[in-house]
Design a binder for this molecule. Structure first.
Ligand SMILES: Nc1ncnc2c1ncn2[C@@H]1O[C@H](COP(=O)(O)OP(=O)(O)O)[C@@H](O)[C@H]1O
Ligand SMILES: [Mg+2]
Length: 243
């Protein structure tokens, strides 16, 4: 569904991404991992249009995304969550999601339809659906859920989820990981998931791509990647024992 070929992003003389190629298959959850600064968020920024790649191709369902604007890419069916949630603080939880449903969907819907869709998604992620609930009620876990709800409201085929578990306690983490699976099954979408908590990621993803210093150093099913000497050296530090 997504084919990234030779993706390169330079900031001045610095190569944040250097010739990265990989594929994302329809309906899979692909884990994207690597040390801090390895280029994960830059890759999401390039695919979602926040950054224009220096070179390389990003083909999504037979269309080239590289160089398109973020709104055009969103309307093609690619949504992303941000590592640091920034909701519209003056809007209710419901309206934050309704705005995404209204403006983010490929086909503009009525306000009433956007609110109805927002309610359905808020229910799925476990947030209040009444129009009065304010974003100030939300802690770290709630903000992550809102971030996911806003992305889903745009009706994506592909969801790019950036470090969605940071700041959550173990029970919230477990719920959030299960929710990604539920979202994939219920909305029939494909997910690329950046996550540092390896034990959680390994349980949920079908395959993993590993970045280091802007280059892909490994790719495969979780067990394979966890035993890869290059991955252990660059990222894991030690061999992970998988349950
Ligand atoms: N807008 C930018 N300008 C300059 N350097 C950047 C910019 N965005 C990211 N970088 C650099 O690119 C590298 C990769 O960053 P990033 O993609 O955020 O890593 P990750 O998400 O894997 O932690 C880092 O060294 C970071 O400092
Ligand atoms: Mg990042």
């Amino acid at each position: 569904m997504l084919t990234v070929t030779g993706l390169t992003k330079q900031f001045g003389g610095f190569m944040a991404l250097n010739g990265v190629s990989f594929e994302v298959r329809e309906r899979e959850i692909l884990g994207l991992i690597g040390p801090n600064g390895s280029g994960k968020t830059t890759l999401f920024n390039c695919v979602s249009g926040a950054l224009v790649p220096t070179s390389g191709s990003i083909r999504f369902r037979d269309e080239e995304l590289a160089g398109l604007t973020p709104d055009a890419i969103c309307h093609h069916g690619v949504a992303r969550t941000f590592q640091i949630p920034r909701p519209f603080r003056k809007l209710s939880i419901l309206d934050n999601v309704a705005v995404a449903a209204h403006y983010g969907a490929a086909k503009r819907s009525s306000e009433a339809a956007a609110r109805a869709r927002a309610r359905e998604i808020l229910e799925l992620v476990g947030l209040p659906t009444d129009g009065a609930a304010s974003t100030t009620l939300l802690g770290a876990g709630g903000l992550k859920k809102l971030e996911l709800a806003r992305a889903l409201a745009t009706g994506p085929r592909l969801l790019l989820a950036d470090e969605s578990l940071g700041g959550l306690d173990p029970a919230e983490m477990h719920d959030a990981a299960e929710m990604l699976k539920r979202v994939r099954d219920q909305y029939r979408i494909t997910i690329v998931w950046v996550e540092h908590i390896m034990a959680m990621l390994m349980r949920v993803v079908d395959r993993i791509v590993v970045l280091d210093h802007g280059e892909k150093i490994a790719e495969g099913v979780p067990r394979q990647v966890a035993e890869d000497p290059r991955v252990i050296e660059a990222y894991l530090g030690e061999k992970l024992v998988l349950a």
